[in-house]
Structure formats: C-alpha cells, structure tokens
Design a protein around this ligand. Structure first.
Ligand code: ZN
Length: 577
C-alpha cells in the first residue's frame, strides 16, 4: 500500500534515467536504455497533428493520438520495470511521469497517489504543467471546449494499467487547452468510472482505410439502388387507366423484336418508355442507345447515326462508329424522328430494310442487328402529306404504335409521380424532407402540367433543392408563377429547368403559330394577365405593358367590341371593369 499527497516528483538530475540517454551521433541514433528514441521538432509534430485534424477531424485524431500515447506508455513501463526491482514503490511508479518529463512532454506533480497493487485499488491525482499538447492546441485552435492532451492521457492510462495489472482510466478534469493555467488528471480503475465508455472508445483501434472502403461500397450500392429503381418502376409509375393501357402495349411489344413508334407530347416520358421496353426484352443485357434527332444539326445527323470514316469530310479527323453500330445487338431509340432530314430518312430506310450500314466515306458495309424504337410528338402522317417525311419510312416505323397519354389525362398518377420524384431527388441531393405542404399538394393536383412528367420532375427537383432540411416543400418553392417574385430556378415551356430566370411561356406562341389562337386573343390574354397582376389598377397595368392608360383603355374597348361569344373566357375581365 502506498499513499502520497502533494509530493513533488523526484528531481530527474538525481535519477538514473537521464544517465540512460545515449546520443550516438556517429550512428545517427539516440537510445534511452534499450529503446531507440527520436528527437523531433515540436513544431513538426504539431504539423502532423494539424494535418491529422484536417484530414480526419477532431474525434478521429483524438482517438489516433490517444492510441499513440497508449503505445508509448507501454514501452516506458517496460523501461521503468528494469530499474526497480521491488525497491521503493513510489519510485517504481514515478518512473513513468519522470520519463514523460524527460521526453519533454509535460511537467508532472503528484496531488494524491494512493494504490494497493495486491488489492487492486488505485487513485491518482496529478498536476500537469507546461503540457506540450495543450499549448500547441491553444496556439492553433484557441481555447477548446474539451481537454486536448490526448496522447498524454493515453500514456497515463497505459502506464498506470500496466503498473497495476488492471485497467486504469485517467481523465483530464482540467486542461490548459481549455483556458486553464494547468492540466489536472485523475485516474481510477475503469469500473469506478460511470462514464468510462465515453473515454474507452478512443482506445479502440479502427481502421480508417477499412471504413472508407466500407463507405465507398455503401455509396456504390446506394447509387446502383437508385439507378435500378430508375430503370423500371421509377418514372414508369402509374395507376390511371390511360397509362396502364399504354404500359400493357409496351409489355406486349417487349416480347418481340417489333419496331415500336412512341407517340406523345413533349415530356410524357417517351425515353423512359423506350428504356423500359429495352429492359423488359431479350436485349436487356446489351446497349440502349438514345439519340434526339432534333438536337443534332442536319449536316451532322448522318455521321452521328451511321458513323464516319476518317477524311470523309472536312473535320472528320478520325473514324468513329455511329449510334447504329454502338447499339448493335441492343436497342436504338430515335427521339423526335420527325426532325430527320430527308436524305437521312432515305439512309435510315435502307438500313432498316437491309440490316447493314455504311459509314460516311466508307465503301464497306457492316451488318447491324438493332431493335429500333422511334418517337415523335408531331403528326407524321401530316408530314407525309406535306412531303416532309417519306411515306415508306413512315410505314416502316409505324408498325406498332403506342400513345403515351399526357399527364393531365393521368389525374390519378400525378401525386404518385410527385412522391416518387420527391424520394428520388431527396436521395440525389442528400435532403431529408417531410413531403409537400397541403397547399403544394393541391397545386400539384390542380396544375395542368403542359410540360408533362418532365415538368413535374423538374419542379419537384427544384422544390427539393429550395426546401430546407426537415421541412415540407411549399408551393412557391416549386411554382414560380404562384408568386410575384422571380425565383432563381425557372421552368421553360418544355418543362426544362433554367436557373437564371423563368422563360416566357412558349405555349402561347405555339398556340398562335399553330393557328389555335389569334393574335388578338393573345393580346387579350396578355392584357388580362397585366390587369390581374395589377389587381385591376389600369394605370399600373398600362405601365407594365409600356402603354399609357388611355391606350390601354382603347385596346380594352376594342377587344370588348370584337369579343365573340366564343372568346368570353379570355375577356372575362372586360365585364368586370
Ligand atoms: Zn491538458
């Protein structure tokens, strides 16, 4: 049994530890008894500590340094054992703190030390001054909220545990790193601490590399889960009768190699349908290649479809396969097929008839085995009549037609799809949201979705991005037109997202150009919108339109006179003023 209070540590100059240090300049070694030591710049050690913190964070660095200190404590205990052979017990224990001082780490003074090795009791209360770790941490990070002498505490724990032959846990109850003048540590057998677990976790070695690989694997799995979901049920979600009818046809077509023509408005999900057809069919393990004929300049579309040989035209610097070759044994999806120029239509027809392609500038023909799925949102039959689309190609493509209904005819599916997109984009953007507000739900249901599923998808994505974590998506986070402010994210007429400002509503322009609306009706709509926005204030509405109030009044009067009974809806405001 040993007990000591407020006893200074034995003066090292009188001890023999110092005498055991040997500098062997000629061999480039420093020895402390039989252990090789290093004389390291404190600042360099500090750099390592800083790098660890920035790479691994405070918590992991704390664990790592605690373990490093723990290892040092074990070795010093080995060393201490060699110099005490059942001598003064205090001297036996104090070798550890002395070594710690000798190594330049901290000055240690006993406040209280009581232990009985046979009975296994231990209580140690020490004062630490000039702690290197505390000083460094304070210099670099300012005063910290928790003790920072991580490797030193690891050292104390392992040394005392080895000395006692049972786990002793030391805690820093005061630390200079937290702004105090000194550090103070208290050590007791592990089981006497109620909160031991909070500390012992820092002694558990964890392989960071393994954790990283683990996380990486998880990320890959999650991503592929998202992708898998995306392939089938994903955007091909629906319960409405019109959708199910189209899907039924798709399933039938997937059992054969028949050429499929998908019809539907922009944004109804034609590519998703085409991809599903591919996934359900026998070619699912081969490539699915999509090309949007409207997105490629006419003079390049043939090279893109059929490939090109080096030198075939200026700019053809190397030979490359076209989409047909890349889709060999798989599926080729030709979107907006109505936009193909006539010369490309002729070549396409030949490929379909003969099953072989010729790259541009090449005399060789190559066999291709491709399942073709075409899609269009225009009336191909009409184009045939106008001589803009080859009749023979039309009949070749129009073997098995599937009409994909617009979203406004799929009332039952809108909510289903919105929830599906919410789930998808929350995962992609790492957001945790509670869903949609009731108002947003109603707006989703009421809106007529001219841009179809693509518009819905983009609006939900915008909502997911704008809504803060833990909240519900609000109306104005999805629909810019529901409030007056211009949002950062706009939706264009095709349902595409544009980040800077909302695009003008192209559907009105289309309506005028297609003859569905007259210019006068268009003007009436615009004027109505301005009057609505000005809440009936004509002066303000006139300012918005760049007109004087009398000019606006004149136009209103004119529209009123010319309004036929059919146009009442567009001019309803006229009766109200
Ligand atoms: Zn400290």
């Amino acid at each position: 049994m040993y007990s000591s209070k407020n006893r200074p540590i034995v003066d090292l100059t009188n001890g023999d530890l110092r005498a055991r240090i040997r500098f062997c300049a000629e061999t480039g070694q420093i020895w402390l008894h039989e252990h090789r030591m290093l004389l390291v710049h404190a600042e360099a050690q500090g750099t390592l500590r800083r790098e660890l913190i920035s790479a691994l964070g405070m918590d992991r660095t704390r664990g790592l340094l605690t373990q490093m200190g723990y290892a040092a404590g074990m070795i010093d205990f080995e060393l201490a054992r060699t110099r005490t052979r059942g001598d003064d017990d205090l001297e036996a224990f104090m070798a550890g703190p002395q070594l710690h001082m000798l190594e330049g780490i901290v000055k240690c003074t006993i406040n209280t030390l009581e232990y009985n090795r046979e009975a296994g009791t231990f209580y140690g209360d020490f004062l630490w001054e000039h702690s290197w770790e505390a000083q460094w941490h304070r210099d670099h990070f300012g005063t910290y909220s928790e003790p920072v002498c991580w490797s030193q505490i690891g050292y104390a724990c392992s040394y005392a545990s080895a000395f006692m032959g049972r786990p002793i846990l030391f805690k820093e109850v005061e630390c200079a790193g937290m702004g105090e003048n000194h550090c103070r540590i208290i050590g007791k057998p592990l089981e006497e601490w109620d909160d031991a677990k909070e500390y012992t976790r820092f002694f558990i070695r964890e392989s960071i590399a393994e954790q990283l690989i683990d996380l990486q694997t998880q990320v890959v799995q999650l991503r592929s889960a998202i992708n898998e979901k995306e392939k089938l049920p994903a955007d091909v979600v629906g319960n409405s009768a019109s959708f199910l009818a189209a899907y039924e046809l798709l399933q039938q077509a997937s059992k054969s190699q028949i050429t499929v023509l998908l019809l539907g408005e922009t944004g109804v999900g034609k590519e998703v349908f085409a991809r599903s057809l591919h996934e359900m069919g026998s070619r699912c393990s081969e490539s699915f290649i999509a090309i949007n004929c409207a997105a490629i300049p006419h003079d390049l579309v043939e090279a893109e479809l059929f490939g090109v040989e080096k030198g075939a035209f200026t700019g053809a610097l190397s030979s490359r396969p076209g989409r047909f070759e890349r889709a060999n044994d798989g599926t080729l999806f030709l979107d907006e097929v109505g936009d193909l120029p006539l010369s490309a239509q002729a070549k396409l027809l030949r490929v379909l008839q003969e099953g072989e392609i010729e790259r541009l500038g090449d005399l060789r023909t190559r066999k291709v085995n491709v399942r073709l799925v075409a899609a269009t949102n225009v009336d191909l039959k009409q184009m045939v009549k106008e001589g803009k689309f080859r009749a023979d190609l039309y009949y070749r493509l129009n073997v098995f037609q599937i009409n994909i209904p617009p979203l406004r005819e799929r009332e039952a599916d809108v909510t289903l799809l919105a929830n599906r997109f919410l789930e998808k984009y929350s995962a992609i953007h790492g957001k945790k949201l509670l869903g949609f507000t009731d108002k947003a739900k109603r707006a989703i249901f009421a809106y007529h979705w001219p841009g179809n599923i693509r518009e819905l998808q983009n609006m939900v994505e915008r909502g997911v991005i704008l809504a803060p974590n833990g909240t519900r998506i609000e109306v104005d986070q999805m629909f810019s037109s529901y409030n007056d402010q211009t949002l950062e994210f706009g939706i264009d007429g095709n349902g595409g997202i544009n980040i800077d400002r909302p695009e003008p509503k192209n559907d009105i322009f289309d309506a005028v150009l297609n003859g569905d609306m007259t210019l006068d009706q268009c003007e009436a709509r615009l004027i109505q919108a301005a009057v609505d926005k000005a809440k009936g204030n004509l002066s303000s509405a006139a300012r918005m339109l760049g007109l004087t109030r009398p000019q606006l009044a004149y136009r209103l009067g004119r529209l009123h006179e010319s309004a036929s009974p059919n146009h009442n809806s567009a001019l309803s405001f006229v009766q109200t003023i």
